[in-house]
Structures are given as structure tokens and as C-alpha cells.
Ligand binder design. Structure first.
Ligand code: ADP
Length: 469
């Protein structure tokens, strides 16, 4: 693994934080844009209203009867307006100046004008604002009594309070952004941790398994479907490996054990013959020969099984007739069947199937040999053939000694013999069914067994009827 790879936890928390950051930034930008836009409209309406109010208030200060203006009040209105950014001058109907903010306090006017332009130029340079003057008629009693000139920064301007409001809004948005980011980092970290913890545990246990600790299991429980499946399959893999390992150990021990007995017998017999303790009679030599034959059979069986279990089990498939093959195999057992007074009956039929004749012959031989071996004198063996739409079924049932239920799951394993003592008599090595299973699996078929102790057993092989199935 390259060092520059980041951990899933960092990647996840970083991605979540980044997404939240982007969303917050986008929301802030959009909010800012829309608020400013709306605010600008609001300010324009407000400015219109203020202008209208100023004109109305000033117009009302004209007294029709005395043809005079209330200068004090106009001064008050004018100064208020000036502080709000409006520079006012009022003229009577003969265009004589009634009141003028500039002549009243030029310095203050300039200061306020500069203040507003500076602020607007800095914050809104794009609107290219400048002070504009508009002239409005002063109407009193439906008659124009004069003119009001109002200068203000246009097209619109924001007061100090307005700027403050916008600043606070921006600060609030930034605050919300920072808060959301902090929360997202925490939540992202928490989520990433929750998600990656079981993965890290799984990696740790997988490493232990890869170093040979097949007993290691992941105990972690999550509510994530995919991780649960991963944990389940790794635990399953470990279990399979553990079983395989046990089987391998068992196999080595069993091979040693199986070989030792006949070898010791042959060794002691040979020693006795060499040292002259025994006469080399035909009977003694025959006994040695039998033991050697047993060893050879075992080694042959092992070799056959190893070949079958190897990856390149090449099947020479031809179209075979199961009924014909069964009868052919039964023919080879004629002597044994007669010796034990066993009845054998074949029923049913099925269409020809694509299979390796020699291998299926081996399967039938092993299964029938077992039925013969494990069925007592005068027992009976039933062979039945049938088919479904896609498979051919062949069952071999006997009314023999049966197999204990607890042992059924193991009988297809190499060297497994239910009730070891009985096999000493029958001479079984526990490889026959392992070979059967390997051949059937190679044909993409399956084998099932049902059995009741002391009542009998039934082995059913299911083989596909068509190629490419
Ligand atoms: P073996 O050479 O010992 O028969 P197999 O692999 O053929 O080895 O069978 C494994 C074990 O399954 C046997 O030892 C026997 O205990 C049991 N078994 C197989 N077939 C039968 C059967 N038809 N009836 C009873 N037990 C059986």
C-alpha cells in the first residue's frame, strides 16, 4: 500500500466537512446577494417616502393668509433631513430663497455629503453614485406656493444604521457558517468513526487470519448492511479455513495412523521371517501380501482423491445412460451380493446425461459398495432413477446399519468413518464418499443423504441433464 493513501476516516470527515462548507458558502453568498438586492429596493422605496414626507411637511409650513413661511419649523425639518442625508433648499413662488441648508451650515452639509459619498464609494463603487438634486413643487391648498430642492446621494444611499444592519447580518451569516462547519466537522468525524471502526476491526481480524489465527472472529455489530455482510463473509471464510486446517491436520494424522498399522504388521512379520522365528509359509506370506495390498489401495485412493480435488479435474463428458451404467456396476458386485444374500432392485429411468462415464462408474461403485458393506445378511438395496426438468436423480437406499444423525454432516470428509470400530471389520478407509462428492461437484451436481440408525440409509445424487447448465 502506498504511504500517500489517506485513511477512510480522514477522507470521510474531510468530504463531509467540505460539502457542508460548500453548501454554507453557497447559502451565505446567495443570501447576501438576495438580501442586498431586496434591501436596495426597500431603501429606494423608503427614500421616495422620505422625500414625499419632507415636501408635504415643508408645504404645510406656508401660511396662505399671511403669505409667509414658518421658517423655524422649516429649519427644524431641514436640519433633521440634513442629518439623514438630504440637503434641502426651499424657494417661494417668486423664487426667493426661504430656507437653504447650505447657507445655514455649509460645513455640516459638506461633512455629511463627504461622509455619505465616502461610505458609498467604498462599499458600492459599481453604482457610480453622485449627489443629485431634484426639484419638487410645494403644494398648499391645491396651489403651488413654492419649490423644494432636495439633493441626496443617488441612485440610492445607505445610512450609517443601514450599513450597521448589513454588517450585523453578514456577521450573523459568517457566525452561522463557522458554527455549521464546526458541527459538520464533529458530525463528520463521528460518522466516519462509526463507519470505519468496524472496518478497522475487520482489517485487524483479517490480518490475524492471514497470519494463521483461524480461530479469530469479528464480534462487531453494526447497522450498516454492507459492513455486516463483509463481517459475515470474513467470519465465514475464517470458519472455512479453520475447518480446512483441522481437516488437514486430521488428514496427516489419519494417513500416518492408517499406514502405521499395516506397515507395523508387515514389519514384524518380516522380522520374524528373517530371524527364522517363522517359517515362510504361504499363509504368512499371503497375510503380508494382504497388508501391502491394503496400503496400496489406501495410497491409490489418496492419489485419486488428490487428483480429483486438484483444480484441473478434466471430465471427459459423453452422453451416458445411467440405468445401463448402474446395471453394469451391479454386475461387478454379484459375488458379494450372493455371499451376503442381499436383494437388489433397480427401478425407474431417466434420459441420457452428459457425464464422465468412468467417474460416474466410480461414484456408483463406491455408493453400492458401501450399501453392500453396511447392510447385514439378507438385507435389501433399492436403486431408483428419476428426473426433473433439469436434473437426473439416482438414489441408492439400503436397510442396513444406518448412520447416526450427528455424524451425517461429516461422512463426505476424507477418512471420516462413522463409528470407527465397525470399519475395522468392513475394511473401509473413509475416502470413498469424499471421492464421490468430488466427482459429483465437478459435474456441477449434488449429493444428499438421509439415514436412520439401524434402519438404513439413502444416498441421492442429482446431476444436470444438459451441458452448460
Ligand atoms: P469407507 O471406506 O469407510 O466406507 P466412505 O467414505 O465410503 O468410507 O464412508 C464414510 C463412512 O460413512 C463410513 O465409514 C460409514 O461409517 C458411513 N457410511 C457410508 N455409507 C454407508 C451406508 N450405506 N450405510 C451406513 N453407513 C455408511
Amino acid at each position: 500500500m502506498k504511504n500517500k493513501n489517506f485513511s477512510l476516516k480522514s477522507k470521510l470527515s474531510l468530504s463531509i466537512s467540505l460539502v457542508v462548507l460548500l453548501i454554507v458558502a453557497l447559502i451565505s453568498l446567495l443570501a447576501n446577494y438576495f438580501i442586498e438586492d431586496q434591501f436596495k429596493d426597500y431603501i429606494l422605496i423608503q427614500q421616495k417616502k422620505t422625500t414625499h414626507q419632507i415636501i408635504t411637511s415643508i408645504s404645510q409650513q406656508y401660511n396662505n393668509q399671511s403669505d409667509s413661511w414658518d421658517i423655524d419649523f422649516i429649519h427644524k425639518i431641514g436640519m433633521d433631513a440634513l442629518y439623514n442625508g438630504y440637503i434641502i433648499s426651499v424657494y417661494d413662488s417668486k423664487n426667493n430663497t426661504v430656507w437653504d441648508a447650505k447657507s445655514c451650515d455649509m460645513e455640516l452639509c459638506n461633512e455629511i455629503m463627504n461622509d455619505i459619498s465616502d461610505r458609498m464609494m467604498v462599499k458600492y463603487p459599481s453604482i457610480n453614485g453622485t449627489f443629485i438634486t431634484n426639484e419638487y413643487p410645494a403644494i398648499n391648498n391645491k396651489q403651488q406656493v413654492g419649490t423644494v430642492k432636495i439633493s441626496n446621494f443617488g441612485p440610492y444611499f445607505l445610512s450609517k444604521d443601514d450599513f450597521q444592519f448589513l454588517d450585523s447580518l453578514n456577521q450573523l451569516l459568517i457566525g452561522i457558517g463557522i458554527f455549521s462547519l464546526a458541527v459538520s466537522i464533529l458530525v463528520g468525524f463521528y460518522l466516519a468513526k462509526k463507519l470505519t471502526n468496524p472496518i478497522s476491526k475487520t482489517v485487524e481480524v483479517s490480518k490475524r487470519i492471514s497470519f494463521g489465527d483461524y480461530g479469530a472472529r469479528i464480534q462487531e455489530e453494526t447497522n450498516t448492511k454492507e459492513i455486516d455482510e463483509l463481517i459475515l463473509s470474513i467470519n465465514h471464510m475464517a470458519e472455512t479455513l479453520e475447518n480446512q486446517e483441522n481437516l488437514r491436520k486430521q488428514l496427516t494424522a489419519d494417513v500416518a495412523h492408517e499406514l502405521r498399522t499395516p506397515l507395523t504388521t508387515v514389519q514384524t512379520h518380516m522380522e520374524a521371517l528373517i530371524e527364522g522365528i517363522w517359517e515362510p509359509t504361504t499363509k504368512r506370506l499371503q497375510s503380508c501380501y494382504d497388508e501391502i495390498t491394503r496400503i496400496c489401495k489406501l495410497v491409490n485412493d489418496l492419489e485419486r482423491l488428490a487428483k480429483l480435488e486438484g483444480q484441473n479435474l478434466n471430465l471427459k463428458k459423453t452422453s451416458i445412460n445411467l440405468l445401463e451404467l448402474t446395471n453394469k456396476v451391479i454386475y461387478n458386485f454379484e459375488v458379494e451380493l450372493k455371499n451376503k444374500y442381499l436383494k437388489i432392485n433397480v427401478s425407474g429411468n431417466c434420459q441420457d446425461i452428459p457425464a464422465d462415464e468412468d467417474r460416474i462408474n466410480q461414484v456408483l461403485t463406491n455408493l453400492i459398495s458401501n450399501a453392500v458393506k453396511y447392510t447385514p445378511y439378507e438385507g435389501s438395496i433399492e436403486i431408483n432413477l428419476s428426473e426433473t426438468e433439469t436434473s437426473a436423480l439416482l438414489s441408492i437406499s439400503d436397510n442396513g446399519i444406518g448412520i447416526p444423525e450427528s455424524e451425517l454432516p461429516y461422512i463426505f470428509e476424507r477418512f471420516y468413518r462413522a463409528d470407527k470400530s465397525r470399519n475395522r471389520m468392513t475394511g473401509g478407509s473413509g475416502i470413498g464418499l469424499a471421492i464421490v462428492k468430488s466427482i459429483i461437484t465437478a459435474h456441477r451436481g449434488s449429493i444428499e443423504v438421509t439415514s436412520n440408525l439401524n434402519e438404513g440409509s439413502c444416498f441421492t445424487i442429482i446431476l444436470p441433464k444438459y451441458r452448460n447448465q
